[in-house]
Design a protein around this ligand. Structure first.
Ligand code: RVP
Length: 495
């Protein structure tokens, strides 16, 4: 029998990083890391697959900042796949299967399509994909009758087009020479084969750190489970071009999760997609996932700000210890580790990395951003956004006739009545934080300061050199502002 009280569990507030000799300044450090075996990111931030944190808008925003978003799965298969599609189309070097419209569609339909895919114009094609013209916002703006046909208002052929395989430079010259924003690519028979847009070139300059795949599209991950139609969901996500699948459950050291990981890793259709498994909080849990063949391990049982697993079930491991123990199984196998949940301040990022994580996953720190799902709320003159656990009643209960998919994250996929659900999370609100870009800037800025103080030029160096000092509750009190009434909030510190 294992010794019942052998281990001491430590979390972020129990430790501090010790300063050590440094010959770099914060602006010189490099924050690249790996989310999974084949996916590198310029900043080690991953947004959580929660229905108040990550849909396409957040995924686009965080990928542009150099991190990665994981689309939540409390959506129908079609809706989740659509979210992935929106991200993949949002900023591509070249779209090889552009959205198209027929000439006999109405401009009302074209307008709705532009809104749905957040695009400003659509190529018009006949049945065999021959390019007939293009309809853009400019063509539609002054039309008062939404029933008019696309074929009547579109800019008709001949249009400026490019050949399949045109280089980025040549495409840019054509766009510039003709003062146009979209360049359809056609084959020798005039059939549409792709589309290049000016916006994408501008975005590449604007977001040099963006996480992109080898076709120049933003990267995106998506969560799946292992229960019910999870396999069908995974296949649909792969079809839309997802880069990373996260088998995301509250207990990754369980047979259903391990089987799902094994099956995905053996699946031909998933060969180009990395598979992360989780969540675990022990050496044995991480080891089991590594042995099942995962490309990344997600760690965290109970640290989440909205999570009640540790009180409802009495189960969990304080996060710094959990990361440290799991990393002993991941590091020797070359499998990256995502430290998921419990981060309250930017300083916690470096603590997670020194404990053994390669990236961190954030929920509450991002739920207040403009790009997270949900409306702004005003309360006593302050602005908030809602944030809830995927194991909360609100997230797990069936909505109308559509089942909730998040209850199987808590292994309650077979529960048929909402009144029988055991909640492991709560619902609430977090302060409004403005655009993700500003929030990410502060978080990465904090990490740069940590790396400067510890003398680490890169994340692997931080992981190697960083060392902790354990602190007491008096030490924690001393860490926060004290003996003063705060009158102005800092952008990275709310009392
Ligand atoms: P936090 O960043 O501390 O808000 O934690 C976010 C993490 O909490 C998620 O990525 C997930 O692992 C976990 N979570 C999500 N829902 C719940 C719950 O209802 N218990 N927990």
């Amino acid at each position: 029998m294992p010794e019942p009280f052998a281990t001491l569990g430590l979390t972020f507030d129990d430790v501090l990083l010790q300063p050590s000799e440094s010959d770099i300044i914060p602006s010189q450090v490099r924050t690249e890391s790996r989310v999974s075996k084949r996916i590198s990111v310029k900043v080690p931030l991953v947004s959580s697959p929660m229905d108040t944190v990550t849909e396409a808008r957040m995924a686009v925003a965080i990928a542009r900042q150099g991190g990665l978003g994981i689309i939540h799965r409390n959506l129908s298969i079609e809706d989740q796949a659509h979210q992935v599609d929106v991200v993949k189309r949002s900023e591509a070097g070249m779209v090889d299967e552009p959205i198209t419209i027929a000439p006999d569609a109405t401009i009302g339909e074209a307008d709705a399509m532009c809104g749905r895919f957040r695009i400003s114009g659509v190529p018009v094609v006949d049945r065999d994909m021959t390019l007939l013209g293009i309809v853009t916002n400019r063509d539609m703006r002054f039309e008062s009758d939404p029933a008019r046909l696309v074929g009547d208002v579109m800019t008709k052929m001949p249009l400026v087009t490019g050949p399949v395989g045109i280089s980025g430079e040549d495409a840019m010259s054509l766009l510039a020479a003709h003062k146009i924003e979209k360049l359809p690519l056609v084959d020798e028979r005039g059939r549409l084969k792709g589309l290049i847009t000016l916006k994408d070139f501008v975005k590449s300059d604007q977001y040099p750190d963006a996480s992109k795949d080898d076709q120049g599209r933003l990267r995106v991950g998506a969560a799946v489970g292992f229960f019910g139609d999870a396999w069908k969901r995974a296949m649909s996500l792969i079809e839309e071009g997802v880069d990373l699948l996260v088998v995301d459950t509250a207990h990754g050291h369980s047979q259903g999760v391990i089987d799902m990981v094994r099956r995905l890793k053996a699946e031909k259709a998933a060969a180009d997609v990395d598979v992360v498994g989780g969540n675990v909080a022990t050496y044995a849990g991480a080891k089991a996932l590594v042995e099942a063949g995962v490309d990344g391990v997600k760690v965290g049982v109970g640290p989440g700000s909205i999570c009640t697993t540790r009180v409802v079930a009495g189960v969990g491991v304080p996060q710094v210890t959990a990361i440290h123990n799991a990393s002993r199984a991941c590091r020797p196998a070359g499998v990256p580790l995502i430290g998921d949940g419990g981060l309250q301040y930017s300083g916690d990022i470096a603590k997670a990395l020194v404990a053994g994580a390669d990236t961190v996953m954030l929920g509450s720190l991002l739920a207040g951003c403009d790009e997270s799902p949900g409306e702004l709320m005003f309360l006593n003159g302050k602005q908030f956004k809602s944030y809830r656990g995927m194991g909360s009643m609100g997230a797990m209960a069936s909505r109308g006739r559509s089942a909730s998919y998040s209850k199987d994250r808590y292994f309650q996929g077979d529960v048929t009545s909402d009144s029988q659900l055991i909640a492991e999370g709560i619902e609430g609100q977090v302060p409004y934080r403005g655009p993700l870009a500003a929030v990410a800037y502060q978080l990465v800025g904090g990490l740069r300061q940590s790396m400067f103080y510890t003398g680490a030029a890169t994340i692997p160096e931080l992981q190697e050199r960083g060392s902790f000092v354990r602190i007491t509750s008096a030490g924690l009190r001393e860490s926060h502002p004290h003996d003063i009434q705060m009158t102005v909030e800092a952008p990275n510190y709310a009392g």
